[in-house]
Design a protein around this ligand. Structure first.
Ligand code: PRP
Ligand code: URA
Length: 209
């Protein structure tokens, strides 16, 4: 079963408290989503393999370690996942970025695909799927199913807030995928929103409400 990692780092928790506040402006919301993604990226890439190298400093040779040529891809779920891309790219400047466009049918809450574009060698890459909200888990589960159809086998999911329903759905549909969140909230309301959550992440990032 996929592990659930909840990041309790003080910087992440502090920023999340401002993100949740309904009075936070679009500008600040966007900046915070990006900053939290950056901090979560730092934690979620702890298991990247390292290799030993020698580097010549101005003084002597130094034994160093660097990431062992690992190929990574970040895949935001549109729209709201886009808000996390900058933070990830600032930590991993050469990372390739794929996109999955999904919206939730308002009546059924089922995800509908409207865009899908991956790097050509996605099957060889470790993939981090990003979406600020893991609510019913329908979007993340569907996105990961589509990504697996390309041959990608090593996938992580990074969300800022998760609901227990979404975690359960992910663990049932994709037990091989570890989940990284900054908070696990209480439940979903009748409209599929996370309680207490932060509202509609896409609308708050793009100022569409
Ligand atoms: C939000 C969010 C997730 C999805 C989570 O997107 O960004 O993708 O809902 O809900 P789920 O776990 O129940 O599937 P939304 O459908 O509002 O689209 P948007 O990102 O375009 O605003
Ligand atoms: N999508 C959001 O943007 N917010 C929620 O609370 C649930 C789904």
């Amino acid at each position: 079963m996929g592990k659930v990692h909840v990041f309790d780092h003080p910087l992440i928790q502090h920023k999340l408290s401002i993100l949740r506040d309904k009075a936070t402006s679009v500008k600040e919301f966007r900046e915070l989503i990006s900053e939290i993604a950056m901090l979560m990226c730092y934690e979620a890439t702890r298991d990247l393999p390292l290799e030993d190298i020698s580097v010549e400093t101005p003084v002597a040779m130094a034994k160093c370690r660097r990431i062992a040529g690992k190929k990574l891809a970040v895949v935001p779920i549109l729209r709201a996942g886009l808000g996390m891309v900058d933070g990830m790219v600032s930590m991993m400047p050469n990372v390739k970025v794929g996109h999955v466009g999904l919206y939730r049918d308002p009546a059924t809450l089922d995800p509908v695909k409207y865009y899908f574009k991956m790097p050509p060698d996605i099957a060889e890459r470790d993939v981090i799927v990003v979406d600020p909200m893991l609510a019913t888990g329908g979007s993340a589960s569907a996105a990961i199913t589509f990504i697996k159809e390309t041959g990608a086998a090593h996938i992580k999911l990074m969300s800022i807030i998760g609901a227990p329903e979404g975690v359960e759905r992910m663990q049932a549909d994709h037990p091989d995928v570890d989940i990284y969140v900054a908070a696990l909230d209480d439940h979903l309301n009748d409209h599929g929103y996370i309680v207490p959550g932060l509202g509609d992440a896409g609308d708050r990032i793009f100022g569409t409400k």
